[in-house]
Design a protein around this ligand. Structure first.
Ligand code: LLP
Length: 419
């Protein structure tokens, strides 16, 4: 527990000065809560690793696109990495400077590329020769220069969950090695493209030193090859993917990344940037949920709670195991083995299978830990369920970041036909 900013006072879970039970009672559940101190801690740690390289951190907005979160992380000194015009507009809305924004993503459309070029963002990462040709044409029509980096695919096995591996040649991401020289030639010829460098991102939830080492060595080798051929390669965007420990056992430390970075890039003149999402925000967040009721069968004990896969899809989508703990510890309770499930009509709607917990009663609260990244942002309205409330805790004060959706709002977007 001490590994995060969350702590207990008389068995009750607190964050900074705030009682989470009180928050749950005031704002209702399900509710996401984020701890500013945890975000700051993670940012500072990474920043100190990047300092010797003059490296720049760009927050991967896909991990949490709440305006308040983007604004806070930007205030710490991070730029942003976006993958859609929507995320780009969110960043601009909270005054992230265009010169601090990288636009990645495999399927950028014409309006998105145009908007990014007009806004003068720092860099577009091209993910294929086909996309590069579109960018060249659009910049020519606009008669406006744009920095373009090539996102490369160097066929690296990231040793992570299949659904979040992006670095091997089976994945849709990046330009393969054989096509890179022709892509660079295209960029060099185009009058409105400034060849900026290379980008890579091999996957998410990475821990392995060898994966970082192989990725960085391969991209550096390629950059040097290109330089030898007379191409300009000044910037290397090394992606994100730094893993966090969902069991809460190990402190976030970026150790393997740091070691590989220093091994490969010490004394180089490349300008390095990174795009972390999860490691900046995951540990800051928890999801508060209320027990609706217990249900027992011959085989199982279920705790049915008011959060569901529409609030947190990670357990069912990636078999992720988030730590789940009571908001109030009661020492006299029996320990029981529960499947913690939501109200959605799917067997896949679970938050945790086989958790040993103190016996829980109706209307008591649980905290699902490490939910700051890829939590609320992956929400849906399945079963006509509104999204959760989001609250930020900063300087011992609670700040409402997103109101709970109202069912009427959900219904209002449908148009009733005149049958
Ligand atoms: N840059 C690019 C190009 C990416 O595709 C991603 C993540 C990142 C940066 C940030 O990676 P991070 O530092 O957050 O690992 N929904 C999944 C994770 C999907 C990651 C997608 N790409 C999950 O909940 O585990």
């Amino acid at each position: 527990m001490q590994k995060t900013g969350y702590y207990r006072k008389s068995g009750e879970l607190f964050l900074q000065n705030i009682s989470l039970k009180k928050l749950a009672n005031t704002y209702g559940t399900p509710t996401f809560v984020y701890d500013s101190n945890s975000i700051k801690h993670s940012f500072n740690l990474l920043d100190s690793i990047m300092k010797p390289f003059n490296g720049k951190i760009h927050f991967a907005v896909k991990s949490n696109d709440n305006l308040g979160v983007i604004k806070y992380i930007n205030s710490l000194g991070a730029g942003a990495d976006v993958v859609s015009i929507g995320e780009l507009k969110r960043c601009l809305k909270v005054s992230v400077k265009p010169k601090d924004i990288i636009f990645s993503g495999v399927g950028k459309q014409k309006d998105e590329i145009e908007f990014a070029i007009i806004k003068n963002i720092k860099q577009l990462n091209a993910e294929s020769i086909e996309e590069l040709k579109d960018i060249i044409e659009i910049s020519k029509n606009l008669k406006k220069k744009v920095n373009v980096a090539l996102r490369v695919n160097l066929d690296i096995n990231a040793k992570t969950h299949k659904k979040i591996s992006t670095g091997d040649e089976n994945s849709k991401f990046g330009i393969i090695y054989d096509d890179i020289v022709s892509a660079y030639k295209l960029m060099k010829k185009a009058s409105f493209i400034k060849p900026y460098g290379l980008a890579i991102h091999v996957g998410s939830q990475l821990f392995d030193y060898d994966v970082f080492y192989k990725t960085f060595s391969k991209i550096k080798k390629l950059a040097l090859e290109l330089r030898n051929k007379g191409f300009e390669v000044n910037h290397l965007d090394l992606g994100g993917g730094f893993g966090v420990d969902y069991s809460l056992k190990n402190l976030l430390n970026y150790e393997t990344f740091n070691r590989a970075l220093n091994k490969v890039f010490k004394r180089d003149d490349f300008q390095i940037s990174i795009e972390p999402g999860r490691s900046l925000i995951a540990e800051s967040g928890i999801l508060l949920t209320k027990v609706i009721r217990e249900k027992s069968t011959n085989l199982k004990k279920f705790l049915i709670v008011d959060a569901a896969m529409n609030n947190l899809i990670r357990p069912t989508l990636y078999n992720a195991r988030h730590s789940i703990i009571p908001l109030q510890v009661k020492n006299n309770r029996l320990i029981k083995k529960y499947d913690i499930v939501g109200p959605i009509c799917e067997t896949g709607d679970f938050l945790g299978i086989g958790y040993s917990l103190q016996q829980m009663k109706k209307n008591e609260f649980l905290a699902i830990m490490t939910c700051g990244a890829y939590g609320s942002v992956m929400r849906s309205n399945y079963n006509s369920r509104p999204s959760a409330t989001e609250i930020f805790i900063h300087d011992d004060k609670e700040i409402l970041l997103r109101e709970r959706e109202k069912i009427d709002q959900l219904i209002a977007v449908d148009i009733i036909p005149n049958f």
